[in-house]
Design a protein around this ligand. Structure first.
Ligand SMILES: O=P(O)(O)OC[C@H]1O[C@@H](O)[C@H](O)[C@@H](O)[C@@H]1O
Length: 317
């Protein structure tokens, strides 16, 4: 059994916590969190898998443009709260005695000896309770697994005396070579809500999703695996998810890119968001109940798929 690799924790001049997870066997894979937000993930070859805008701010309460922001307790503008909820704008705390994650499968990441792990927690501050009047505990366990895969488990516990309802997304920004060389597999023939057309419902027709303009869609009832095939980088990122039935696919394209202050004009060429989510059917938790969602991301050389990843196989595993 590999020794458990403890996270390295330092603070910058402004007091923001930097957390680094190293690959437990000493390979070069590394995950980096800033203020509790995941901003970087490198694989064994030292390649960055997540996109981070060169113009992003590291000054909470502004969200980071890149990495994996957590949208909670509200996805986008579907509700009365600020866009994507407040969790992505908060400083999370390290939790040294996080309760165990109960799971039926061995691959759950619940066993920290399988990787380098950090547990984080967010509880509502007084101001949050004015906006969203519910006490909760939001937990994230991040594990950099042996071999460099990244596992992220999210738990929401209702610590209030009344039920609450939320929507949620792991707003994952992937770094890609060139968006026109990328395709997403695993979402073929599914229904999606088009955010660019008042969330009208459509059915995906094509073989796989490619990009030649702005895309902002919530695919519903999606399979447990989605693949992001990057022809130029000759690599495929595979997202496996549990408890997160929907998946947002987003690229702002040129016009919106220019309108975003924290995003370079041409950076849309080098990113795509694929966001495991719970949006169409929100989660309701009674007092004391807990919900769990999880994604595990791995990278395979594209020669593995040679541009012909069988969508059926992606779906079936
Ligand atoms: O600019 P924000 O608030 O980080 O949101 C980015 C995008 O996030 C996506 O999840 C939404 O579907 C888009 O509509 C939105 O533009």
């Amino acid at each position: 059994m590999a020794a458990i690799q403890e996270p390295l924790v330092t603070r910058d001049a402004a007091g923001l916590e930097k957390i680094i997870l190293k690959e437990p066997l000493g390979a070069s894979a590394e995950v980096y969190l800033y203020g509790g937000q995941v901003v970087s993930w490198k694989n064994d070859r030292g390649e960055e898998l997540l996109f981070l805008s060169s113009k992003t701010s590291f000054k909470p309460p502004k969200p980071i443009r890149g990495g994996i922001p957590i949208c909670f307790p509200q996805f986008a503008n579907v509700g009365a709260l600020e866009k994507h909820g407040f969790a992505r704008n908060r400083l999370w705390s390290i939790e040294t005695d996080a309760p165990p994650i109960l799971s039926s499968t061995n691959a759950s990441g619940s066993n920290s000896s399988r990787g380098s792990t950090v547990d984080l927690i967010l509880k509502p501050a007084e101001d949050d309770l004015k906006m969203w009047t519910h006490n909760f505990e939001l937990r994230m366990r991040l594990t950099l697994k042996r071999g460099g895969d990244l596992a992220q488990t999210i738990r929401v516990r209702n610590t209030d005396t009344k039920p609450f309802t939320f929507t949620f997304a792991l707003h994952t920004y992937f770094s890609v070579s060139d968006i026109s060389e990328v395709r997403i597999e695993g979402l073929e023939t599914l229904d999606f809500l088009d955010n660019l057309q008042d969330r009208e419902r459509f059915t995906e027709q094509g073989d796989s999703i490619t990009f030649d303009g702005e895309v902002d869609r919530v695919y519903v009832s999606t399979p447990t695996k989605i693949a992001i095939v990057d022809h130029e980088k000759k690599r495929t990122i595979v997202v496996k998810k549990e408890g997160l039935p929907d998946a947002v696919v987003w690229n702002p394209w040129d016009k919106k890119a220019k309108a975003m202050a924290d995003f370079g004009d041409d950076e849309y060429l080098h990113m795509v968001c694929v966001e495991p989510a719970v949006i169409e059917t929100p989660i309701t938790l009674k007092p004391g109940e807990e919900w769990k969602g999880r994604q595990e991301i791995s990278v395979v050389p594209s020669s593995y798929c040679s541009g012909q990843l069988d969508p059926g196989q992606v779906v079936r595993g």
